[in-house]
Design a protein around this ligand. Structure first.
Ligand code: DX5
Ligand code: ZN
Length: 217
């Protein structure tokens, strides 16, 4: 089953718990949590305390996307009973293997993300250790940007590698997903779809979630 992970980056933070309840009602599978530090990306979002406010207020698991430098120093902060994935950026990790093992030692699924201009070949020697690969389909830092289509070729390449090598990591895409391109995204082999503004800026968040979920299933 494919998963839909709406990103709370585009939510109204003053009504965060209510809006997350709406994506849950609409059938979302995960809450995508975009953490930005103003160094790795040119924007600051929020940290672990905000995510922890949702613990127990939603039944959905957390899909944590760390767009931060030195993620090792902060991993423990994001561990809650609802944290399912923690994803770090390959570009932010000098010792990626160590960081992936660190995440797994916390009992959390380990994801690695690459930016639009990064080749998936940088992941050749980590693929068998990761639970998920997150392909950025926009330059990270902001919601509401335009989808970069070359990521689809990367997704197809990764799906082929996965089959050839008999690996079982999941493939996630993040940035610029809309109702118009989401079918093409899943046809490229993507199993987890992130959608921020397309869900949270909709007039009816639960209904829009359900529309996405109708395709991402
Ligand atoms: C970008 C974030 C994405 C983004 C998705 O830096 O990692 O999760 O918020 O938002 P949309 O779907 O609006 O591109
Ligand atoms: Zn994200």
């Amino acid at each position: 089953m494919r998963k839909l992970a709406p990103s709370i980056l585009s939510a109204d933070f003053g009504r965060l718990a209510e809006e997350v309840a709406q994506i849950e009602r609409g059938g979302a599978d995960l809450v995508h949590v975009d953490v930005m530090d103003g160094h790795f990306v040119p924007n600051i979002s929020f940290g672990a305390p905000v995510m922890k406010c949702l613990t127990g207020r939603t039944g959905l698991p957390f899909d944590v996307h760390l767009m931060i430098e030195n993620p090792d120093a902060y991993l423990e902060d994001f561990v809650t009973p609802q944290t399912e994935y923690i994803t770090v950026h390959q570009e932010a990790c000098t010792h990626l293997n160590r960081t992936v093992q660190h995440i797994k030692s916390l009992g959390i699924k380990a994801g690695v993300s690459i930016n639009p201009a990064t080749s998936p070949s940088v992941l050749d020697y980590i693929l068998e250790d990761v639970d998920m690969v997150l392909l950025m389909s926009v330059n990270p830092g902001f919601g509401g940007q335009k989808f970069i289509p070359s990521v689809l070729e990367k997704a197809r390449k990764l799906r082929d590698i996965k089959i050839d090598r008999g690996l079982d990591f999941e493939i996630e895409i993040d940035g610029g997903a809309t109702l118009d391109n989401v079918r093409e995204i899943i046809d490229a082999g993507v199993e987890i779809v992130v959608a921020g503004s397309a869900v949270f800026k909709a007039p009816d968040i639960a209904a829009r979630t359900a529309e996405f979920k109708e395709i991402v299933k």
